[in-house]
Design a protein around this ligand. Sequence first.
Ligand code: GLA
Length: 663
Amino acid sequence: MQTIRYGGDYNPEQWPEEIWHEDVRLMREAGVNLVSLGIFNWGIIEPAPGEYDWTGLDRIMGLLHENGIGVDLGTPTAAPPSWLRRAHPEIRLVDFEGRVLASGSRHGVCPSHPVYNEACASIVEQLAARYGKHPAVQMWHLHNEYGWANVDCYCEVSAAAFRGWLAEKYGDVDRLNDAWGTAFWGLVYRDFDQVEAPSLAPPGVNPALRLDWKRFSNDAHIANYKMQRAIIARHSEAPATTNFMVPNCKDMDYFRWSDTVDIVSNNHYLVAERDEHEIELSMSADLTRAVAGGPWMVMEHSTSAVNWQPRNIAKTPGEMRRNSLAHVARGADGLMFFQWRASRAGAEKFHSAMLPHGGTDTDVWRDVVALGGDLERLSSVVGSDVAADVAILWDWESWWALELEWRPSVDLEFRERVEAYYTSLWKQHVTVDFAHPESDLGRYKAVVAPSSYLLTATAAKHLHGYVESGGHLLVSYFSGIVDEHDAVHPGEHASVLRETLGLWVEEFHPVHEGTRLALDAAAESRWRSGPVSGRIWSEHVRLDGAEAVAAFTDGPDAGRPAVTRHRVGAGTAWYVATALDDATGLRGLLAEVLDAAGVERPTGLPDRLEVVRRGPFRFLINHTDQEQFVPDLRGADALTGVAYDRGVPVPAGAVVVLAHAGS
Ligand code: GLA
């Protein structure tokens, strides 16, 4: 990609043809160079089984091409046509509670059903054969949001596919019994045929069954993608993608997806009612970059409000631009919206668009045109890396496992801890990469493991090697507890990390809701961020080589270590036995770890002044409502051409992108 791809979902089938001409003219005015077409048009292009109507698609493809606008051509399989559901009611999705989903919307079919998959194969074959060599096609957009409303299906076809998946994985049912620990409650299976899909059941369903079910369901969607991809490859050389939902889809393990797509693309919508929601956006972008292993593209975000949250708060002036450029700063080489023109009818008519109901005399439209100009000025960013010295560990499987039933506390949440650490680092202007625990961590000065409950022995060994060879690792409580089948690692708690952390855990002591656990004065004087206290968790840490850096002064573990440090080889491993937050000690502790690890970062800036370095640029994004001044920087703003010699002012809510920045 030479230019930043700019555009959005385009649904011309919702409009008469004369509007298409206006669309294309306005797209050019806004600098749109790519649109996603045909994502939900199966019922239009195949009006009856085996009958095709290409008239509209042929025309619009031609019109876009004549106007220099590329097409990201969708396969419409996320919206099976009414005739298919009617003729084959057996493909309808059966949910966790055994209810069969009706039609009238999209998705809602069993991802493993052969009838559905054959119908997908057939329409994709037709589409790819017809447009595979069309000059407008720059990329393929397979399906839409795999796992959105059909994550898993509990019908008998799906259950049978699950049994086949298990037979392939374990070969022998005794290996499954062993891995799943089915001696517990005598749940032992004598044949794969005895395994059922884990739908609504009495409490205490085997967690290993649930974990493999999630892996299977994820793989069922990957199989549909791969089937479509193979068909397209016979007709077209254009790259393919499908839009992910990082990090807001818990159900798809996107690390398992990353190798299947040619380009990683992501949909991100602000959680509008959340305070400081720009931090969650940054996290989404950083995690998408980890999945991609480099640059990626935003496939969908919104110019303003969405229509599906409880209160759909519109973006404030300048917010769309800040959001967009934050994505670019964090690795996006394409910036697309849902959708080009606001729909008149249907479920999404109150969703914002690039071209709102109010037309071109609107702030949104003016911002869309201005953003097109900004992106042109930033095109040299394409393909470049984001600078990050710190990694946070992320693992979908650990997320799944941690939040299964019957954990030591309902307050144990994967994202709660990841976001606590991410937020504190973000506010200290530290750009992070996310990384899978088994990935190569050698290039990071510091690695943070906020919630690594499920940690394989291999991953633990890997982390040990990282520390031994000079890395700084910070691990939060309830990590290294179980293996990939949710079985406790042999021996004491956290045994797989014992050598690394220099400690083990004798007993967990989760605390009452709202309880605050004070840490000693030594911690307070070190981390100087006001009172230092923990929430949620306390535990009996038994030192075995580590030194206590801070101790609990109250609660079930008063007088025992709350934060520890252990030198291993050339590096250091830190451990935190309670939930610290940015304002209650985490900021100070992280600062100590970052200093020890030699992580450089800007100092003296307000929390909400986002600073990210990518390729030739340094992005300064001011999320506050006051002008901010960044001393010690110089360079020219790539967006305005204004040069700064001694420090850079960033107006309230504005973005400055310094080219050839120096300090
Ligand atoms: C998702 C879908 C789109 C649209 C948007 C609305 O991301 O992929 O088709 O429904 O949500 O926000």
